[in-house]
Design a protein around this ligand. Structure first.
Ligand SMILES: NC(=O)C1=CN([C@@H]2O[C@H](COP(=O)(O)OP(=O)(O)OC[C@H]3O[C@@H](n4cnc5c(N)ncnc54)[C@H](O)[C@@H]3O)[C@@H](O)[C@H]2O)C=CC1
Ligand SMILES: CC(C)[C@@H](O)CC[C@@H](C)[C@H]1CC[C@H]2[C@@H]3[C@H](O)CC4=CC(=O)CC[C@]4(C)[C@H]3CC[C@]12C
Length: 369
């Protein structure tokens, strides 16, 4: 093993490094990438927690910037050996316009790719999503599928559509010559529903339950399974891919990998109860309390209300036609492609992932029990 001076020679850039996943990627890199000399964190909104990272041996450079601004991206990418592009507008609740979602997720990704080509950065890891595949608009289940499972990926919603376009751009860019004449090596990671410390949707559902007297009301049949993956394992997969991409460029370049671990297959609501139950919440009903047609009507009413109220305020409830359709469609993955291609094994067991998430929920308002 090279001594520490030789080992610490690489510059990484993480876009979206202050987000839910991004923060875990940043911390994982600092803990588990010994070759790091500088870690650049590029984000629209920098977190105050970044300051605590600047006391270690690795130079941590916080860059406030916008991926939609090509010049800002070029300045951040220049001199980096690896870019992990996790920045994105993750919106399925109608908060942002379709145009803005496209601008950030697609144009932003184009800017990152072009910045790599123009500045000579050779390795690009893109945080894609299961949503690139499905569930599709026809509600076809994806049951224990893998990266090669045939599936009619048809999207109308701006978020999955933007992720699919961005992923295509990244994979198509694999092999392009970057400045200096070497080939760009890219790959895309497709997390299923990520959970863990910092998951805003879990936080929202928890507080919704507290407001309802400690109860949540089942809306989705327990039989509808949704793949979930712990944020620490997604972060670890990003670190591992970034490390192995250079040595295994011929195998990994241009590839997609689902992010997976040993988290159990459950309905979205039952899975959340693994963490919210120990924090005092109860899921009422062994089957949906309302018929699906009524849920669809309520979801449609929420969408209408959002549209009517938009000039006055942002009304963005969890239940809308898209979230209901996604939640109500089985989507689970079963694959070992990441293990076969670059030796990925989950860093955190299901038990550890569950305990860490429970502790985070409990710490939210001191409800440790
Ligand atoms: N949360 C989930 O369940 C899943 C997320 N993903 C993907 O993982 C990535 C990260 O998602 P999360 O951490 O959940 O979202 P997040 O919203 O917590 O993090 C996204 C980060 O990107 C930053 N960002 C947004 N627009 C930007 C811009 N124009 N310029 C620079 N930075 C910008 C945000 O400030 C934020 O820090 C996204 O690409 C998302 O599509 C994929 C599968 C599942
Ligand atoms: C109100 C009820 C119907 C409730 O069960 C709704 C849950 C709903 C908010 C979530 C169900 C499935 C989630 C999505 C899934 O995990 C896939 C995703 C991948 C991403 O890249 C981003 C997040 C998301 C779209 C995720 C969002 C929340 C759900 C729709």
């Amino acid at each position: 093993m090279a001594d520490s001076a030789q080992a610490q020679k690489l510059v990484y850039l993480v876009t979206g490094g202050c987000g839910f996943l991004g923060e875990h990627v940043v911390r994982m890199l600092l803990q588990r990438e010994p070759r790091l000399r500088e870690l650049r964190i590029f984000d629209l909104q920098l977190g105050p927690w970044l300051e605590e990272l600047k006391t270690g041996p690795v130079q941590v450079t916080a860059i406030q910037g916008d991926v939609t601004q090509a010049h800002e991206v070029i300045a951040a990418v220049a001199g980096a050996h690896v870019v992990i592009h996790a920045a994105g507008l993750v919106d399925v609740f109608g908060r942002a316009s379709p145009e803005t979602i496209h601008e950030v997720n697609v144009q932003g990704t184009k800017n990152v790719i072009e910045a790599c080509v123009q500045t000579g950065t050779q390795f690009l890891v893109y945080t894609s999503s299961m949503e690139v595949v499905g569930p599709n608009v026809k509600g076809h289940p994806f049951y224990r599928g893998n990266e090669d499972t045939p599936y009619e990926a048809v999207h109308r919603h701006p978020y999955p559509h933007s992720k699919a376009l961005a992923e295509q751009l990244v994979l198509k860019a694999n092999g392009r010559k970057v400045r200096g004449g070497l080939p760009l090596v890219t790959c895309a990671l497709r997390p299923t529903g990520i959970y863990g410390e910092g998951h805003q949707i879990m936080r929202d559902i928890y507080y919704q339950g507290l407001r309802l007297g400690g109860r949540l009301f089942r809306a989705i049949p327990a039989s509808v399974e949704h793949g979930r993956v712990y944020v620490g394992n997604v972060a670890w997969m990003h670190v591992l891919v970034a490390r192995e991409l250079e040595q295994r460029a011929a195998l990994m370049g241009g590839q997609v990998y689902f992010c997976y671990d040993k988290s159990p297959y459950k309905s979205y609501e039952d899975f959340n109860m693994e963490f919210l139950g120990p924090c005092g919440l109860r899921l009422v009903g062994t089957r949906p309390l309302l018929p699906y047609w009524l849920l669809m009507l309520l979801a449609a009413l929420n969408a209408l209300l959002q549209w009517l109220l938009r000039p006055l305020l942002l009304y963005a409830p969890l239940l809308n036609p898209y979230t209901l359709a996604v939640a109500n469609t089985t989507f689970t993955v079963s694959t070992n492609k990441a293990q076969r291609h670059f030796g990925y094994e989950p860093l955190f067991s299901w038990e550890d992932s569950r305990t860490r998430t429970i502790r985070w929920v409990q710490a939210m308002d001191g409800s440790a029990q």
